[in-house]
Structure formats: structure tokens, C-alpha cells
Design a protein around this ligand. Sequence first.
Ligand code: SF4
Length: 653
Amino acid sequence: MVGMLTMRELLGQNGPLAAALDGFRPRREQLQMADAVASTLESRGTLVVEAGTGTGKTFAYLVPALFSGRHVIVSTGTRTLQDQLYHRDLPLVSQALGRPVKVALLKGRANYLCRHRLSLSLSSADLPGLERAKQRALARIERWSLQTDSGDINELESIPDADPIWQSVTSTRENCLGQECGEFRACHVVKARREAQSADIVIVNHHLLLADMALREEGFGELLPGADAVILDEAHQFPEVAAQFFGSRVGSRSIVSIARDTSVELLRAGLLETKARSALENLEQHVSAVQRALSGLAERTDWVALPDSVLESLNELADVLLALGTQLEEMAANAAGVRQCSRRALDTARRLVEILQLDDAAGLRWSENAGRNWSVEYTPFEVAERLQAQVDARPCAWIYTSATLAVGDDFSHYTRRVGALSAETLLIPSPFDYESQARLYLPRNLPEPSDRGYTSAVIDAALPLIQAAGGRAFVLFTSYRALAEGERLLKSALGADAGFPVLVQGEAPRDALLRRFRDVGNAVLLGTGSFWEGVDVRGPALSIVVIDKLPFASPDDPLLKARLEGLKREGRNGFMEYQVPQAVLALKQGVGRLIRDNHDFGVVMLGDPRLRNRGYGRAFLQSLPPMTVIDDGDEAVRFLQMHLGSLAPSKSA
Ligand code: SF4
């Protein structure tokens, strides 16, 4: 037992962590963060902390959280981190501290078998027309359902997560019957939430946390009322998730699934008579009518540009949904499944009417048109007020952390977005020696990014570095078009026997490409967005990171448009107050791929000349780790050769 030790003793040279964990090194930065987290837990305050790469931020919040003996919710942006915390970090820390704690990993409901929907699917499994493969998969799920305790669909490895069959046997908030469900007592979602409520530490994701904050899981027991603290890791992703969460969406897929589920439920209840059948057919016809009205329009169309025919067909669809919902309500009698379908139809009608009648000052509306599927969506301009109201309503500690939250040393961009204006902020620089471990190469004389020859100039500038290192590079692009052009140019410049493989995003799933990159040890990987964050490659396998342009979000992105509109309305400068800070944070993520531990070294090449010739360039440069800046390609090559030593190809090669 560790008794009443201080953070310094717990995380120090002679502390229990150092004794229990191989390779644990005390770090000043980690201790600083742990102290701040401990005092925030104590005071039930709000802390926003940026912890540079290598701080060891996971332990810096887990140690005080476990040591405090309080009920803590840890929320992450990704499944990978959720799993890592649950399977690796928490057991390690708990064992080292000698504090057995009850930990629960709570996933979204799509990860648990829904016993009610399984029985619905099985009852329609014999219907003619159902594919054999689907029938076989259902039979396998049924066998597994008899043995599983958790109902976590990951247990059934023979059916991958992405298999569409899971949609038929897992629930959504809309189609779940809640307390009216005959399976409620044995429900896996209910059980998982109950376990989470009684745990000391609960690991959730940002979406679940928001659902809990907004009380959108009525009847399933809430987590927040029992919590003393909420710690959000990967907190840079939280505002985006919140904007999606507080937005609204109505799409063809969910309406068609209402029609399908209604027909199965009515059949089960012996209520599928002619009138109901024709109401369902009518619904499907109106879904197709919207699709026809949208055909010919772009993939994404702003609301103001939608022709009257689209609005008329959407209004008619809302009427049809309303009529169906009312009709089902009258028929439902004792059939809980039919009642739920009625609620889904009415709820969808209500959301559709809301989107149709929304005030333009409240948010941005648009349509999406993807062949047979369509949707209409809305996203609010601001979510800060709502978030703040939720946070204020809970008297517990709130801790937001990530490696990228500040622009320079300013947190206001982030705190404004999450409504945590009065939070304490703390900036913890990375403990790595960037000045000697890394070079920031800013090649001179590259054309403007809008120039047609720009990507070619970037590849020309990066090529000598890649050749000097014998591969070992990430080349990150800000668009798919530039990625395709970069691939063509780089492959043709390297010729058939470059001596190292060139991997390109899209050739294989992301994780498989990363595994290959690590295994090969000298590959070059070309990618866009998904490789900018959450990628950890240590050692010389990754010695160069090339970034083609400053990562400004696409001006066509409706979310971006929504925010800019909102800022303009307030008389503020959207470019400087939103676009630049967002791009700074994204660039910090991309650059952060290079140096992952004390022994790493390498060169970051940023091609974009706007870093030097625009006033805002300084905001980017000041936010990056303190690497030595160079503008001479030969110097970059010498730096790589010096560090790679015998790993670098010989000069005549
Ligand atoms: S309560 Fe909801 S999730 Fe649970 S079995 Fe019933 S319908 Fe499925």
C-alpha cells in the first residue's frame, strides 16, 4: 500500500511506479501535470492542460485519479485509446499503486448485441429472399447469444465489426424499446451501464459522455451524477464531436429502416393489414421522391441553393411520417415494438419539420446526396453555451487534456469552443530536446500553393531527403488530389528500384499500412488526414515528415462554413479567430508524428511558403516544438546522414 504519498513520491525515482514498471523514468513535466490534476480533483475545478509529446500524460492523470479514490469518468476520442487504458494502463497503475479499483469500459450501444432485435431478425430469417450468407451469420450470432455474458460483439471474431448484419442485431437510441422491452432485464446495454455506474473508473468515449450529459439515454441510468471528476483525453476532438452531437440529421437509410422494422413488428403482432401495408409503401415512395428531387445536385448542397421541389418533397415526407406514426399509435395496443416504431416515425417527422423550419441564424443546413442515399442535416453555429450549461450543472472536476490545445501559449480558442472560459490552463512543453533531435526544414523559393506546379515542387524538394535516408518518411498531403499527384510524381522520380517500398493510403486499411510501415523499417508512406494524428512510430523507421501545405480545412466543409457564419454575425474575423487556430492545431498534430521518444531524431519539411510570407505564418511557427529551423536542403541531408549512420544508403548508391 502506498499510504498518503505525494505525487512527487508516487511518480519519482523511488516511487511505486518506478519499482513496478520496466523503463519508467521520472519526468518533471509528468509530475507538474499530475500535481495540477490532483489539485483540480481536490477543488472540483476545471483544468485545460496541453501536454507535449513525451510528457506521459496518461499516467499524469491516472495516478492522481486512482490515488484520490474518487469516482472518475475518463472520456477518449478513439477506441484505440479506450482499449489501451482499459487493457494496459489502468491495470498497470492500479497494480503499482496497490489500489485495486473497479474499472468499466463502456462502449456505444452499437457494440452490444440487442436481444430484442436479434429475435426480430430471427423471426424474419426464413422470409424468402434473405441471402444464405445472412442466414448463416444470423445462426452463428444466435448460437453465440446463448453463451455470451457481455454481449460485446467483438467477442464473435468470425463476423467482423463492419459486417452489415450487426446493424440488424444491435440497437440505436431510436429503435431501442427501453423499459418497455421484454428483454430489458437481460439487456446487455443495460447491464453494461449498470456495471459502469458501480465502477470507480469508467472509460467512455466523447459521444457517450455527451449523450450522458444531455440525458439522451433515459431509462438506462446516468453516469455523471455519480462522478466526482470527468477527464477528457484527446480533448482536441471534443468540440467537433459536440457540434455533430447537438446537430440534427434525417436520412433515407433510417427512414427505410423504420419502414422495414415496422413491417416486421406488425407481422409479429398480427397487425400487418392492407391499410398498414399501403402506408409503408407510401412512405418508401416519398423517400424515393426526395431522392429524385435531389438527383443532379452536388454531393453537398447548401440549404439556400435547394430547389423548391426538394423542399416540397421533404415537407410531404414529414406529413407522411406523421400520418404513419399516428396510425401506428392507434394500432399499437399492447405491442411495444409497434409503439416504438410509431415513436420513431413521429420523432423523425418532428426532426424533419425542425430542420425545415429552422432559423438560419441558429445553424447551417444542407443536403447530402450519395446516389441512393440522401440526408438533410443541420449543425449549430456554437455549442459552447450548451456545453457550459451542462458542465455548470455538475459540481465535479473537469479536466481537458491533449497534446494540441493551445495556439502559441494561448488557450482561448479552445476554451471558447468548449465554453470553459474560466478554466485554469496549463501548458506543458514536451521534455524532448527538439533543438538537437530535430530540424524544421523550410525550403526557399517554393511557388504559392495555388500554383499548378506546387506539388511537383514539394516532391522535388523532399526527394533528396528521402533518398538520403533510404526511405523512412511520411509524406502528408492536405487533399486527395495532391496525394494522387504526389504518388505519381514520387514513384516516377524514384524509378522501379528505389530500394524501399512506397505505401499509399487506400492500398490497404490504415492499421495494416502502419503495421507494414513499422515492419519494413525503411518505407515511405503517402497519406492524407487519417495519418496526421494518433500514429506512433518510434526509431529510425520514421526520420522524415513532409507536409505539403498548411492544413486549412476545406472551404466547402459545411461545419467550417457554419462556424465562419456565426463569427461573422458577431462581427469577428473568422479567418484569424477560427481557421488559423484550427490549422495550427492540425499542423501540430502532423508535426508531432516525428519525435516520439528521447532517442528519436529527424527532419520535418514544411513546403508552404505562406509560413514565411504571410503575417499569420508566425502563429504556426510559434506553436511548433522548438526545432532548429533550416532552409538549406543539403543541411537537412547531412543531418539525416549523421544520425542514420550506417543505415543511410552510401552516397554513390
Ligand atoms: S432494451 Fe433496447 S437494447 Fe436492450 S434488448 Fe431491448 S431493445 Fe435491445
